[in-house]
Design a protein around this ligand. Structure first.
Ligand code: ZN
Length: 323
């Protein structure tokens, strides 16, 4: 037998692509941070455009009193519209039991409750201590169990990486709070860099510690781009096993503490990063970028961010790029 030299075989395509879930939070986190109130018809057209891009999860608003946040006065109608579109999970933020009752009555697929890791932020923001907030979460879990047992509850742990009022937030405090919330019966606990203070080393460390404490209840990475580290922080979270990422189209929201900086991580740039790495987002980037037009129409004059929409897609880009 002669050994015949052979050309190297082409690399086998992986049977299953690594995947991530991009959770679009612009209609909630973005809109609540701008002065203007987007008229409902424009909001629905924007949500339709986001749906067309292939996003599989969206946070469409907050169930809070309209006098507190006029941007969210139409949230029940927005939920009803979004839940009629197939193939995605429609979430709403609820800060208390009354909000949870209204959100479940409107038919949301999933609830998200903000709980501050910083005691100072909790007292300033919701006038409740963290321990009092855990009690509120327990009430919401009991309500969910009674009327909508199939609806998951996620915690967005705000100020997990630092607080503008208190400064540093100790890792031990975050882990302690995650344990309390897991014991209260929530399904997922995500970590939010509300104030844009996180760095990649901290993101890796804290997500690993939270996973060691609460296992598969570890939820999404909610990163802000206040100091330009949003994508780096998302990649750090990905490297330690996080697979759900919150982001906002056009980085909507800005940041009052850092003029010129976008608020949330820009969805377009985040999708580009993952797709370029060969990580499947399920999102068609061409259609996602096109959805900016619907956002601009509803918020004329509002600053939008994003490097990928400015630069365009590279030649030969292999993501889901067909427009
Ligand atoms: Zn946020």
């Amino acid at each position: 037998m002669h050994a015949h030299p052979k050309a190297p075989a082409p690399p086998a395509a992986p049977a299953v692509l690594p995947t991530v879930l991009i959770s679009e939070v612009g209609p909630r986190d973005g809109l609540q941070s701008v002065q203007a109130v987007m008229p409902t018809a424009y909001k629905l057209a924007w949500i339709d455009a986001l749906h067309t891009s292939g996003l599989r999860e969206i946070e469409v608003g907050s169930f809070v009193p309209a006098r507190a946040l006029p941007q969210m006065a139409d949230v029940a109608d927005v939920v009803r519209h979004a839940t009629a579109l197939p193939g995605w999970v429609v979430m709403a933020l609820v800060p208390n039991l009354r909000g949870a009752e209204a959100a479940l009555a409107a038919g949301v697929h999933k609830l998200t409750i903000p709980v501050s890791a910083s005691e100072a932020h909790s007292l300033a923001n919701v006038r409740r201590s963290r321990v009092e907030m855990v009690a509120v979460v327990r009430e919401i879990v009991a309500l969910r169990d009674a009327v909508a047992p199939g609806v998951p509850i996620e915690i967005g742990m705000s100020t997990a990486f630092g607080c503008t009022l208190q400064g540093a937030v100790a890792d031990d405090e975050v882990v302690w709070l995650a344990e309390q919330l897991a014991a209260a019966g929530v399904d997922e606990i995500g970590l939010s860099d509300t104030t844009g203070m996180a760095n990649p080393a901290q993101v890796r460390r804290l997500f690993q510690r939270v996973r060691a404490a609460v296992g598969d209840k570890t939820g999404s990475a909610h990163m802000h781009n206040t100091r330009g580290l949003g994508l780096a922080n998302c990649l750090a979270a990905y490297d330690v096993g996080v697979r759900t990422f919150d982001a906002s189209l056009g980085g909507l929201g800005g940041c009052p503490y850092a003029p010129g900086a976008s608020g949330n991580v820009v969805t377009e740039d985040l999708v580009f990063m993952f797709e370029a790495m060969g990580v499947d987002t399920g999102v068609n980037l061409g259609r996602l970028i096109a959805a900016r037009e619907a956002l601009k129409a509803g918020l004329p004059g509002e600053a939008l961010y994003g490097m990928t929409p400015e630069a365009g897609l590279p030649k030969g880009f292999a993501g889901r790029r067909t427009a």
